[in-house]
Design a protein around this ligand. Structure first.
Ligand SMILES: Nc1nc2c(ncn2[C@@H]2O[C@H](COP(=O)(O)OP(=O)(O)OP(=O)(O)O)[C@@H](O)[C@H]2O)c(=O)[nH]1
Ligand SMILES: [Mg+2]
Length: 195
């Protein structure tokens, strides 16, 4: 995938701020610190356009990036950060639920999971939401560079088992450090927005 042009569009806190030009959207969900923003930066070949390692749990907005005037990548706030208040957690739940339920241009949801760890309860909840709303899903196991290659298969299997993943969902092994999985992920994205 050749990246011609990327623009940060908006940090949206309310649905009326979401873009209205109906370009297809690919959204990224995952735990705080799992590597969502790094993954976006790798996909678009920019070092630091998507903000990484900001204050975890503080950002309760959807960050929109437009790529090649073709697609929006939508960075969700990370979940599962311990110090987040109950009110904030509820706000997050409402925002994401409304988005998943009503957002027509959403063509694909990436569920980003740290390959080293078993998916958390929140990961399972998020996955079940995606299934409930029948959102096409791709599981991205990131930080692959953090474990030896010989363990990749076993960890992928563990992730699928814990999520009780639908065998039809694609799974991509990824590393924002090495770029592993970048082309494969673009293939999955392009296929999803073509249908
Ligand atoms: N080794 C390695 N480190 C990574 C990878 N992806 C992300 N990181 C590191 O993990 C940390 C968190 O990455 P972010 O991209 O900020 O994570 P995030 O999911 O956007 O976090 P929030 O926005 O807080 O939810 C940073 O220090 C990254 O450099 C990866 O594939 N490999
Ligand atoms: Mg982030």
């Amino acid at each position: 995938m050749k990246i011609m042009d990327v623009q940060f569009i908006i940090s949206a806190v309310r649905p009326d701020q979401y873009p209205e030009d109906a370009l297809p959207e690919v959204a990224l969900a995952g735990r705080s610190n799992v590597g969502k923003s790094s993954l976006i930066n790798k996909l678009i070949m920019r070092k630091n356009l998507a903000r990484t390692s900001s204050q975890p749990g503080k950002t309760q907005q959807l960050n929109y990036y437009r790529v090649n005037d073709m697609i929006y990548l939508v960075d969700f706030p990370g979940y599962g950060y311990a110090k987040v208040s109950k009110t904030q957690r509820e706000k997050f739940g409402e925002m994401i639920e409304t988005y998943l339920q009503e957002r027509e241009p959403l063509k694909l949801q990436l569920l980003v999971i740290d390959i080293r760890h078993e998916p958390s309860k929140d990961d399972v909840l998020m996955y079940n939401w995606l299934k409930h709303f029948e959102i096409p899903t791709c599981i991205v196991a990131t930080k692959a560079d953090k474990i030896p290659r010989s363990k990749w298969d076993k960890h992928i299997k563990m992730i699928k088992t814990t999520l009780e993943a639908d065998p039809r969902d694609s799974v991509v092994l990824f590393s924002s450090e090495t770029g592993l999985g970048r082309e494969q992920l673009w293939d999955v994205i392009n296929e999803a927005i073509a249908t």
